[in-house]
Write a protein that binds this ligand. Structure first.
Ligand SMILES: [Zn+2]
Length: 296
């Protein structure tokens, strides 16, 4: 466990199905940047369950993660993962954000900082999404820049209501009702807003703006993050190489040419009653982010 320079951390926050995996894949193509996936789930899904890395290898067999584990902890072990998960249960909770202090906070954040350092890049991306982990990292002294990704809650609600199978094991991914998604959307976005008010560096980007004009939108974001300009985009086409993302949605396995297009299927597929419910439950943040009450 040698001490290494701690890298800068770009932390992607937001509710699931808001485009964080796509954005992580794009940022991960930049020189000097390594995308790690949803590190918050690495302990359970990678270390304990041995689920596949984004490169296709099982987590325990992936050469990248073996190297990171050796450097950071002398190897991945069940007691290590169980310890981090126990700490997470006590410390890393959304309701704790207003008063994140905890005697074990330093030990918890140290696990993440060691892992980030062992990745061996100047900049790492963690797409864990939860505001509470970002808050722990900020409180623990990490050099973190949070990118808050927002998406129209009606599109997010539609996405969570669909049946999607996990490539990892073929089982269906968690489904939420539109009402439940709307409540989580408001809570997660409010928590990320709170983080910004507490002084964390937070840059907000809308999924719709990223996909309206991907090149300029991504260049504007990388400029704010102090990262190089993206050179792998040609209009709406991106070329993605394999990444070692430890967990995340199925998009993490895509390689090669990818067309960047907005998914607006909710316009015709989300029933009117669900739309009205989501509209009511996501006010006023929905308006703050420019998602009007008309069928926008
Ligand atoms: Zn891998």
């Amino acid at each position: 466990m040698t001490d290494r320079a701690t890298p800068r951390v770009v932390y992607l926050g937001g509710l699931g199905r808001s485009g964080t995996t796509l954005l992580e894949r794009l940022l991960g193509e930049l020189p000097g940047v390594v995308a790690l996936g949803e590190v918050v789930h690495l302990w359970e899904r990678g270390v304990l369950a041995g689920e596949p890395c984004g490169c296709g290898a099982a987590f325990p067999a992936c050469p990248f993660w073996r190297r990171v584990g050796e450097r950071a902890f002398g190897g991945w072990t069940r007691p290590l993962a169980e310890r981090v998960l126990a700490l997470r249960g006590r410390i890393d909770r959304t309701r704790r954000i207003p008063r994140i202090g905890h005697p074990d906070l330093a030990e918890y954040t140290r696990s993440y900082l060691r892992l980030y350092s062992a990745a061996g890049a100047p900049v790492v991306i963690d797409s864990s999404k939860h505001a509470s982990l970002a808050c722990c990292l900020v409180a623990g002294g990490a050099d973190v820049h949070v990118v808050h990704v927002v998406r129209d809650p009606r599109a997010v609600a539609h996405s969570w209501s669909r049946t999607v199978h996990r490539p990892e094991d073929g089982r269906p991914m968690t489904r939420w009702s539109p009402a439940r998604t709307a409540v989580h959307w408001s809570a997660q976005n409010a928590a990320l807003e709170l983080l910004a008010r507490r002084g964390a560096r937070v840059t907000r980007i809308r999924y719709e703006d990223l996909l309206a004009d991907p090149g300029p939108a991504l260049a504007s974001l990388t400029g704010r993050l102090g990262l190089p300009e993206p050179g792998f985009l040609d209009g709406r086409t991106a070329w993605l190489t394999a990444s070692h993302t430890a967990s995340g949605n199925p998009m993490r396995f895509r390689v090669g040419q990818v067309e960047l297009r907005r998914d607006d299927s909710w316009h015709s597929a989300l029933p009117g009653r669900d739309r009205r419910l989501v509209n009511a439950l996501t006010w006023p943040l929905r308006a703050r982010y420019g998602y009007g009450s008309v069928a926008a």
